[in-house]
Ligand binder design. Structure first.
Ligand code: THU
Length: 140
């Protein structure tokens, strides 16, 4: 991806982070997911008083996209950090990596951003090597 595209995706994740519903952890996360057709789906983390129903920002973005018919993706940007603290390179949890595995190829790009100029790039293969995915269930 070109630098300006990455920049924009990280900024969209930062904007989405403002909607974070995180009254329990006070850890605010935003994500911006770029579909193959160029559409961007944003998401934030949504917590719950019962804790376990909490949805991460990444999965919110994926589920919005899939619910609108998108199954093919190029990249995701993630911006996270404590409400009153500094942003950090917020790495996706294991459950979100597994959701990525369902819909993305190994070269799917994951940008952990603080702002448009400050980010780290990973691929899904790097963050989830030897993952279990749809191919494992294909019949011969
Ligand atoms: N969280 C995300 O939304 N994405 C991540 O990549 C890591 C964690 C959320 C879940 C929970 O609402 C809060 O951050 C603290 O774990």
């Amino acid at each position: 991806m070109e630098k300006t595209e990455i920049w924009e995706l990280v900024e969209q994740a930062a904007e989405a982070r403002k909607q974070s519903y995180s009254p329990y952890s006070h850890f605010m996360v935003g994500a911006a997911l770029l579909a193959a057709d160029g559409t961007v789906y944003t998401g934030c983390n949504i917590e719950n008083a019962a804790y376990t129903p909490t949805n991460c920002a990444e999965r919110t973005a994926f589920f919005k996209a899939v619910s609108e018919g998108r199954h093919s993706f190029r990249a995701i940007a993630i911006v996270g950090g404590p409400k009153d603290g500094e942003l950090q390179y917020c790495t996706p949890c294991g459950v979100c990596r597994q959701v990525m595995m369902e819909f993305c190829t190994p070269d799917f790009e994951i940008y952990l951003g603080k702002n448009g100029e400050d980010y780290i790039r990973y691929t899904l293969k790097e963050l989830l090597p030897e993952g279990f995915g749809p191919a494992n269930l294909e019949r011969e």
